[in-house]
Design a protein around this ligand. Structure first.
Ligand SMILES: CC(C)(COP(=O)(O)OP(=O)(O)OC[C@H]1O[C@@H](n2cnc3c(N)ncnc32)[C@H](O)[C@@H]1OP(=O)(O)O)[C@@H](O)C(=O)NCCC(=O)NCCS
Length: 414
């Protein structure tokens, strides 16, 4: 690709947005709809986009969102990779590889984000570039007639109300700003991101209602929880109601608030089916209901992570148990990461720097990225032959230190 003078890889201009959007939508088999057909949406950062022009034709697209990602014990700048497409006429010629290399090299050379993250359309695409699944969505589902809250759950003295979007948005945004800092995999949301998240294009509803909103409020008026959901009406052949409730997000500051929101969600009239596709597989809901088996789960990879700079990324997170060892990293795609690193970490912080000492552990960046948020155990990766233990006990030590009490979870696709 690099040798072809007709090909030009560069950021798109705002005037090129309609063409850019059409190219992206075409590759995903979609027809664009919504308010941002002619001008880029407010979350777009076209100066961080890359398009590939073959003469005057746009044949590949990509973008980066400048985001903040919660990692164990800290929040780090994170490049949210998006808009990745290559036209069918230009597939398998290394176009994606060139885009990935350019993005990661620029982040490294400009000392921007130490971590990049994305949602993968297909599992096999991104591992070769060092990305790995770091959070999983639970794909929760069940029948509401079998889902009852345990009678011993304290529901507190607050109340749940159905509220309009204008009331919901500022209250949910303020609450999210508090809770997202404790959950690895959560991303900060500014006004533009809330705007994107709450956009409700009728063509995307798939037959369901517009989004509906709940707030949980304490007797003193403090908002301590929120939920967003939709209902899709349905009836059985026998005339029984069989609507489906799709829960988009439930967040709360306390267990009574969380349980109270779910109590209302599980009792919406005429609903029999429940779906919470983006909820964590480890959602506390399973512990709140009388019959945990009635809550089906099909965990699927969600947010993929790539350590752009191993040292900056590992020094940024915290470690629940002390660790001090040498890891030998393989990274053919980003060679600046390859070699031996001394990692020293504890609950208050971490250090990572070059060393000549013998390694205790050898692994690739893909494996390190999988373990980074604490959602995939290094011991599991070792069992799969993807981590090599050099000093006895190093995997146990590192697995413990890389774990985190809060299961990583990303409730938001981008
Ligand atoms: C995924 C996509 C961007 C790949 O673009 P591309 O320019 O053909 O990729 P490259 O030529 O750089 O491929 C690099 C390697 O990855 C492999 N690869 C790329 N996409 C793959 C896929 N979907 N499944 C399996 N392997 C894939 C290629 O075979 C190639 O491997 P090789 O070097 O061993 O031959 C392109 O197929 C596409 O636009 N798909 C539809 C939209 C989409 O899924 N985008 C991703 C959004 S997250």
């Amino acid at each position: 690709m690099a040798d072809d003078p007709a090909l030009q890889l560069r950021p798109a201009t705002p005037e090129e947005w309609p063409e850019f959007l059409q190219a992206m939508a075409g590759a995903f088999g979609e027809t664009p709809s919504g308010p941002y057909l002619d001008t880029p949406p407010p979350v777009a950062e076209l100066d961080r986009s890359l398009g590939l022009w073959d003469g005057d034709r746009l044949v590949a697209t990509s973008g980066i969102y400048s985001r903040s990602l919660t990692v164990p014990g800290a929040v780090v700048p994170c490049a949210g990779i998006t808009w990745v497409t290559v036209a069918p006429t230009h597939r398998r010629r290394g176009v994606l590889t060139s885009i990935m290399r350019r993005q990661l090299t620029e982040m490294h050379e400009q000392e921007r984000e130490p971590v990049a993250a994305l949602w993968a359309a297909e599992y096999p695409i991104y591992g070769r570039f060092g990305y790995a699944p770091a959070t999983f969505r639970g794909g929760l589902s069940g029948r509401t007639e079998r889902l009852r809250l345990r009678p011993d759950i304290d529901l507190g003295s607050g109340r749940v109300d159905v509220v309009p979007l204008e009331t919901y948005r500022p209250a949910a945004a303020a609450l999210y700003e508090t809770v997202r800092r404790f959950v690895p995999g959560n991303l900060a949301r500014d006004e533009h991101w809330w705007g994107r998240l709450l956009q409700d294009v009728p063509e995307h509803r798939n037959g369901a209602t517009a989004r509906r909103f709940l707030l949980h409020t304490e007797p003193d008026g403090t908002v301590t929880g929120y939920a967003a959901y939709r209902v899709k009406a349905g009836w059985t052949d026998g005339g029984e109601p069989d609507s489906t409730l799709t829960v988009e997000e439930v967040r709360a500051l306390s267990t009574p608030a969380y349980a109270s929101l779910w109590k209302v969600l599980l009792s919406v009239d005429l609903v029999r089916g429940l779906r919470a596709p983006l909820a964590s597989a480890d959602d506390p809901l399973r512990q709140l209901v009388t019959d945990g088996r009635a809550l089906n789960s099909r965990p699927v990879d969600a947010l993929w992570v790539r350590l752009v700079d191993v040292d900056r990324a590992l020094a940024a997170r915290r470690y629940p148990a002390p660790i001090d060892l040498v890891i030998e990293v393989r990274d053919e795609f980003c060679p600046w990461n390859a070699g031996r690193w001394r990692l020293s970490g504890h609950p208050a912080g971490g250090y990572c720097g070059r060393t000549d000492r013998d390694p205790d552990l050898a692994l690739g960046t893909e494996e390190l990225s999988a373990a980074y948020l604490g959602g995939t155990s290094l011991a599991t990766l070792q069992a799969a032959g993807r981590v090599t233990e050099v000093s006895p006990g190093a995997v146990t030590l590192a697995s413990t230190a890389f774990s985190w009490p809060v299961t990583p979870w990303c409730p938001e696709e981008f």
